[in-house]
Design a protein around this ligand. Sequence first.
Ligand code: ADP
Ligand code: MG
Ligand code: ZN
Length: 484
Amino acid sequence: MTAYEPVIGLEVHAELETASKMFCACEVVDSTSARPNTAICPVCLGMPGVLPVVNRQAVEYGLMVGLALHCEIPAFNQFARKSYFYPDLPKGYQISQYEYPLAVNGWLEIDLPDGASRQIRIRRAHLEEDTGKLTHVDGHSLVDLNRAGVPLLEIVSEADIHSAEEAEAYARKLRAILQYLGVNSGDMSKGVLRFEANVSVRPVGSDELRTRTEIKNLNSIRSLARGVAYEIERQTAVWESGGAVQQATMGWDETRQVTVVQRVKESADDYRYFPEPDLPVLEISPEWVETVRAQLPELPDAKRDRYMNALGLTRYDASVLVAERAVAEYFEAALAAGGDPKQLANYITGDVFRQMNLEGREREEIGSLRLTPQALAQLVTLVQQGTINHGIAKRLLETLYAEGGDPAALVEQQGLAQVTDESVLAGAISAVLDENPDEVARYLAGEDKLIKFLMGKVMKALRGKGDAQIVQRLLADQLEARRV
Ligand code: ADP
Ligand code: MG
Ligand code: ZN
């Protein structure tokens, strides 16, 4: 039987977080919470005779993304009308870009679960305007045009992606880059970032491009991965059974976890693209490009490399820390407060994430935890200075996570400081050995693993505060002393 491999290209629509809209002075408002139709004007309503004016900030944001994706920035780009009818598009056309996009021929490095990374080529990124929003209630459709005219950047990859995992990695990295650039919040639940996946499959080893379907309605990166995986399986089964995949736009049904056909795909011809007569060709001077390039912040890949090279973190830890801008900021704030980088990385990717998972919190919420980065840095330092041991630190972290507070003060108030006084430790050890004669005898008879049990008892007697290294040494000594 022929084996099939997936071929995937992603189209991403990212709203640009400018103050005003793409072609008018209307404010960009949160379209999930603002009162409907309060941020509108004749331009974004598409009244006859109005004239669009290009938003300079939107162009700069688009350039930032283009440069972050290693694209070429052509010397000029041009807006074009894409004609189609939809109730949330009163003009009857969308101003987009077609033949001459803002940015072309870039690439994005994705990080795969096995630790490898790969480049996915970016075909283009172009500017356009968002449409309004329809809400369907009780057989009526309500139109809100607050979102009409909000700047959008459409970013199109080449069909270089070959699994659902790679599609997910691409989405995560692109989302992180947009967040680092500060041009998009990445909040898919608000629809400010939308992924569409073009999926086909072909026999392994061939380089043909078979008929694809396009999946829309993907409300999260998880849905993107599931939708792509589903479509790969469905298409493979179609070809294997001797059928042929039909080109179509599919919707992802979140409740049933299946793709469903929405409509048969339009071609570019149907849109009757033509140059937007109301806007001049946009010239992008090399100086402008260099000015924007100079303003780019440190991006995830560069940050990861710096964490590895300058701070000595493993590639895995560094990748996890940079994957969300908020996490990297938290880590760097803790670092600035004097914490040891490796210890901070361990606590953040271990205990802190575990607590957040228990609460069902997203990692990007890390900045709003009661456990501040400064407190975490102090906790780590208290362990390194030997003031408290690891076990106590883990318990203290849970308290700080739940209630906040100052680690040093809590150690003081609750008497959590590590016990290092050898006479105290030796006393606790001999008491435990006296109380557990059987285990002592079995240990001395060769059951080595019982030292763990005895160690546990001693630490418990010391309410977790013993200096583990000293306890270990004294315990071994006392056991040897009883070997007669
Ligand atoms: P359109 O503009 O009609 O959506 P494009 O040809 O511009 O289509 O491609 C859009 C996306 O679909 C790109 O990411 C491209 O790589 C991808 N794509 C094109 N053909 C295929 C195919 N046969 N299988 C998978 N992806 C494809
Ligand atoms: Mg498309
Ligand atoms: Zn307007």
